[in-house]
Design a protein. Structure first.
Length: 461
């Protein structure tokens, strides 16, 4: 009998669907099929055919955009207003893969620069790297899948994708749309499975590229188990820092920090978490954020008026509560929130001056909690912002150009937003974590390049 997993709305734990778990035998079949495609060029799909499939997929997605948004909200707990944005981004991502394929090119290699290289011409092309295995996360159940799977389809790599077991339905739907659009089933396989089966899938020697989005603990562990030659990209989390300079416009800044800190109840890898404030204004900033955060409507994500949904599992509500409680025992002031609303939801919370060694200060909380700290000067703020083993996106709020450039230069981050929150992203920009926050660079065009490899021709004339 096939094992199944129930997919539940994380707000009321009601069942919204189910999927069959894939067995090890089925994974072996999928890997064999993908490897056969990768090694036989007569089975390749032409570029124009891949472009047609992706464009048809985007068209099909547009026709059911509200259905897709409701699915994201129901299985993932992302408020419907934000789920609609995710769907729009996912559609744009598929279209970008189709349009950017013409930019995945080789180049002319100069010859004749030495005696040995005379009378030769050379050029390179980019070929598909081979079988792609993608393991994804729950927090953007459609758009993350698009970022991992659509580039593989675009460049001609067969792909096997394991979604998060909490949110497999959006992935399943996207895969079905690719197939409806004309992609052969053997080119893209939906593979929800138990962790032991997933590890066998990821570490198989036939895997050419491994794409992982999720926790650092799991990602680095799986990277250590990859077969020799398997390339990879890992996207983990951080504890995103914001530096608020004395010249910052607090009135304009607060709505952005509220959005960046409480979007999807903080379940975003670049969510605003640590806000370092100069000029003795930390309490003022914290109280302003708290004033807005306390008004956010928390509830079932499928309801139009909901602004903050549930955490993905009740265990996460308990964990966030424990972290906040620990901070409260170390002279941290809870400005708003600080308690669970139900077994599945946690109140938007603002903490003032948590201890530097509290969990909320040193680890990604992945919940609706923003920490605000007093800093004596910009040097202390930068030191504290850079103090962790994780580094992803960061923000500066300042109206002083010299101050902004200096702070930008000294922040350890892959992207620094100026006068915006840390969670800003468009899908064509590079998106990556440093050190323990990840490996490689995400973003549509960067992923497409990662999933190809260079081949050069040198012609002796």
């Amino acid at each position: 009998m096939k094992k199944k997993i129930d997919v539940c709305n994380p707000f009321d734990l009601s069942k919204v669907g189910e999927v069959d778990l894939v067995t090890g035998d089925t994974i072996e079949k999928y890997l064999g099929e993908a490897n056969n495609i990768s090694r036989n060029k007569n089975q390749y799909l032409s570029k124009h055919k891949r472009i047609e499939i992706l464009r048809r997929t985007a068209s099909l997605m547009k026709k059911i955009d509200e259905e897709l948004a409701l699915l994201i909200a129901a299985e993932g707990g992302k408020p419907l207003i934000d789920a609609r944005v995710e769907v729009a981004r996912a559609i744009d991502g598929v279209e970008t893969c189709a349009s950017d394929l013409g930019n995945v090119v080789g180049k002319e290699i100069p010859m004749g620069l030495t005696e040995a290289a005379k009378d030769r011409i050379a050029f390179s092309i980019r070929e598909p790297i081979g079988t792609v295995v993608a393991v994804s996360a729950f927090n953007h159940p459609l758009n993350l899948i698009v970022h991992q799977v659509a580039p593989a389809v675009a460049v001609g790599c067969p792909c096997i994708v394991k979604p998060a077991n909490d949110t497999p339905l959006s992935c399943q739907k996207f895969i079905s749309l690719l197939i409806e659009a004309g992609l052969p089933e053997t080119w893209v396989r939906f593979a929800p499975c138990e962790n032991s089966v997933a590890e066998k899938l990821v570490t198989d020697s036939r895997v050419a590229f491994f794409s992982f989005i999720g926790s650092a603990r799991v990602g680095w562990y799986l990277k250590s188990k990859l077969a020799p030659g398997t390339r990879c990209a890992l996207e983990h989390g951080g504890a995103a820092p914001v530096i608020v300079c004395e010249s910052a416009d607090i009135t304009k800044m607060i709505p952005k920090l509220i959005k960046g800190g409480f979007y999807h109840s903080g379940q975003v890898c670049v969510s605003v978490q640590r806000v370092f404030v100069l000029g003795g204004k930390a309490r003022t900033v914290a109280e302003h954020i708290a004033s807005g955060a306390s008004k956010l409507r928390v509830g079932n994500a499928v309801e139009e008026k909901t602004e903050c949904g549930p955490l993905i599992r009740p265990e996460e509500v308990k964990r966030v509560g424990e972290w906040v409680k620990e901070a409260g025992t170390k002279n941290c002031e809870i400005i708003c929130g600080g308690h669970a609303l139900t077994e599945t939801t946690y109140a938007p919370t603002v903490l003032l001056n948590p201890d530097v060694n509290a969990k909320v200060s040193i680890a990604e909380i992945f919940g609706p909690v923003v920490c605000v700290y007093d800093c004596a000067d910009i040097h202390q703020a930068i030191l504290r912002a850079n103090a962790l083993d994780v580094a992803f996106q960061a923000s500066i709020f300042s109206n002083n150009l010299t101050e902004t450039i200096s702070t930008f230069s000294n922040l350890d981050a892959t992207a620094v937003m100026v006068n915006d929150h840390t969670a800003f992203r468009v899908d064509w920009m590079p998106f990556a974590g440093r050190r323990q926050s990840g490996h490689g660079v995400g973003g549509i065009s960067y992923t497409m390049e990662d999933m190809t490899q260079i081949k050069m021709a040198v012609i002796n004339s």
